[in-house]
Write a protein that binds this ligand. Structure first.
Ligand SMILES: Cc1ncc(COP(=O)(O)O)c(C=O)c1O
Length: 412
C-alpha cells in the first residue's frame, strides 16, 4: 500500500464518477489499464447522452421545430467548445468526423488527391499508428507519391537530424503523431511543424493520444491539420474532430457527398456548402457530438495540469516498480512521455501475460497496438501495454506488479 501522492485531485471521489470501475472481474476488483485504447466515461457524459435521447433527439440544421432547434444549438455549442479546447481561430475550422482515422482519411483523400502529384514526398514517422500510415500508402499508390519515414532511436524518440535530412523541396506533406500510443513518447511537434513549413510542406498532427493529456493550442503549434478522437478524452466512441486552417480547408474539395454538405443540387451541377458543413455529409453523430462538450467540461473541471501531474506520478511509480521484475524490459524510455508503459518479459508471450492478468481482473492491451512497423523496429512481435488515466491509482500499479509476479510464477 502506498502513501497518497502529491496531487490536488481526490482520486477516490473521481472514481465515483466512473461507475464502470466499480465492478469485479474474475472475482477481483477491476483494474482498468487500457486507457490508451479508450478511456472510461464519467457520469456527466453518460447523462448528457441520455438527456439528449430522452429530451431533444432530433435531426439537426434542417428542422424548424423546437426539438430540432434544441439539438442544433447543442451540436453547434460543442463545435465552439472544441474550438476553445484547441484554441482554433475560427469555429468553421472544426470539422466533426467519426474519429482520428476518419480525419486522416479525409485529409489524405481530399487534400492529398487534389494537391499532391507524382514524385511528391510525404513524410511520416516510424511510430505512427496504422491509421496514419495506410491512408498515405493508399494515396501514394494512387498518385505515385513517395513515402519517407523518420526513424526512432532505442529510447523511442524521433531522430530529428534524420528528419531534417528527409526534408527537401520535394516534401509536400508531413503527417506525424503527437504522442505515441505504443510507447507514450511525446514528440516535439512544434519543431516538426516549423521545419516542414520551412520547405513549404503542409503538416497534419495526429493528436489521438495527446488530447486528454496535454494542453493543446493549434495556433501556437501552427498546425495545418490536427485530428483527435472523442473516445480518448472521456467522451463517446464514433466521434472525432478534424481541425484545419480555414484557407486550406476552403481550397479542398469535399470528401463525401450527400445531404448537409450542399448549397444547391441540380442534375446539371451541385454547389457545396461553406465550412465546416462542406465536410459533414449525412446525419452526424449528434448525441456523441453533444456529449463531447460535457467531456471537455469534465476534464477542465479537474484541470488538465492536475490530470497530467497525477498520470506522471503513476508513470514514474510504475516505471520504478516494474524495474524490480527480472526479465522485464520497457520498450520506449523517452525523456518526454505520457502515462503509457509498454514492456516485454523474457520467455513469456505478451498474449499469455494479458490472459493471466485478465484472470486477476487487470485489463491491459497486448499485441502490436496498430503500430506493426514500430514493433519491427524494436525486433518484437508486440508488447504488453499499461496506460493510465486520471482515475488510476498507485494501489492499482501494485496490483499490476503482483499480477506480473504471478505470470512469471506460472509461465517460467
Ligand atoms: C496515436 C493514434 N492515432 C490514431 C488512432 C486511431 O484512432 P480511432 O480508432 O479513434 O480512429 C489511435 C487509436 O488508438 C491512436 O492511438
Amino acid at each position: 500500500m502506498q502513501s497518497a501522492i502529491d496531487t490536488p485531485l481526490d482520486i477516490q471521489k473521481i472514481r465515483q464518477d466512473f461507475p464502470i470501475l466499480d465492478q469485479q472481474v474474475n472475482g477481483r476488483p477491476l483494474v482498468y489499464f487500457d486507457n490508451a485504447a479508450t478511456n472510461q466515461k464519467p457520469l456527466p457524459v453518460i447523462h448528457a447522452l441520455t438527456r439528449y435521447y430522452e429530451g431533444y433527439n432530433a435531426n439537426i440544421h434542417r428542422g424548424i421545430h423546437h426539438l430540432a432547434e434544441q439539438a442544433t444549438a447543442a451540436f453547434e455549442a460543442s463545435r465552439r467548445a472544441i474550438q476553445e479546447f484547441l484554441n482554433a481561430k475560427h469555429w468553421q475550422e472544426i470539422i466533426f468526423t467519426y474519429g482520428t482515422t476518419d480525419g486522416i482519411n479525409l485529409v489524405a483523400q481530399s487534400y492529398g488527391r487534389h494537391f499532391l502529384k507524382e514524385g511528391d514526398e510525404i513524410i511520416i514517422s516510424t511510430m505512427e499508428h496504422h491509421s496514419n500510415i495506410v491512408p498515405w500508402q493508399m494515396l501514394c499508390e494512387e498518385k505515385g507519391c513517395i513515402l519517407k519515414v523518420i526513424p526512432v532511436n532505442d529510447n523511442g524518440e524521433l531522430l530529428l537530424d534524420e528528419y531534417e535530412k528527409l526534408l527537401s523541396e520535394k516534401t509536400k506533406f508531413v503527417s506525424c503523431v503527437h504522442v505515441s500510443n505504443a510507447l507514450g513518447t511525446i514528440n516535439p511537434v512544434k519543431t516538426i511543424i516549423d521545419k516542414a513549413h520551412a520547405v513549404g510542406a503542409v503538416v497534419l498532427i495526429d493528436g489521438a493520444q495527446a488530447s486528454s493529456h496535454l494542453e493543446l493550442d493549434v495556433q501556437a503549434l501552427d498546425a495545418d491539420f490536427y485530428v483527435l478522437s472523442a473516445h480518448k478524452l472521456y467522451g463517446p466512441t464514433g466521434m472525432g474532430v478534424l481541425y484545419g486552417k480555414r484557407a486550406i480547408l476552403d481550397a479542398m474539395p469535399p470528401y463525401r457527398g450527400g445531404g448537409e454538405m450542399i448549397k444547391e443540387v441540380t442534375f446539371a451541377k451541385t454547389t457545396y456548402a461553406d465550412l465546416p458543413y462542406k465536410f459533414e455529409a449525412g446525419t452526424p453523430n449528434i448525441a456523441d457530438v453533444v456529449a463531447v462538450k460535457t467531456a471537455l467540461e469534465y476534464m477542465a473541471g479537474l484541470g488538465k495540469e492536475a490530470i497530467a501531474a497525477h498520470e506522471a506520478d503513476l508513470l514514474h511509480y510504475a516505471t520504478e516498480q516494474l524495474a524490480g521484475l527480472d526479465g522485464l524490459r520497457i520498450i520506449g524510455q523517452a525523456k518526454h512521455k505520457i502515462g503509457v508503459i509498454s514492456f516485454v518479459m523474457e520467455g513469456i508471450h505478451h498474449q499469455d501475460i494479458g490472459v493471466i492478468l485478465d484472470q486477476q481482473g487487470i485489463a491491459v492491451r497486448t499485441g502490436h497496438h496498430c503500430t506493426m512497423p514500430l514493433m519491427q523496429r524494436f525486433g518484437i512481435a508486440g508488447t504488453t501495454r499499461a496506460s493510465f488515466a486520471v482515475y488510476n491509482t498507485r494501489d492499482e500499479v501494485d496490483r499490476l506488479v503482483q499480477g506480473l509476479r504471478r505470470v512469471q510464477k506460472m509461465m517460467l
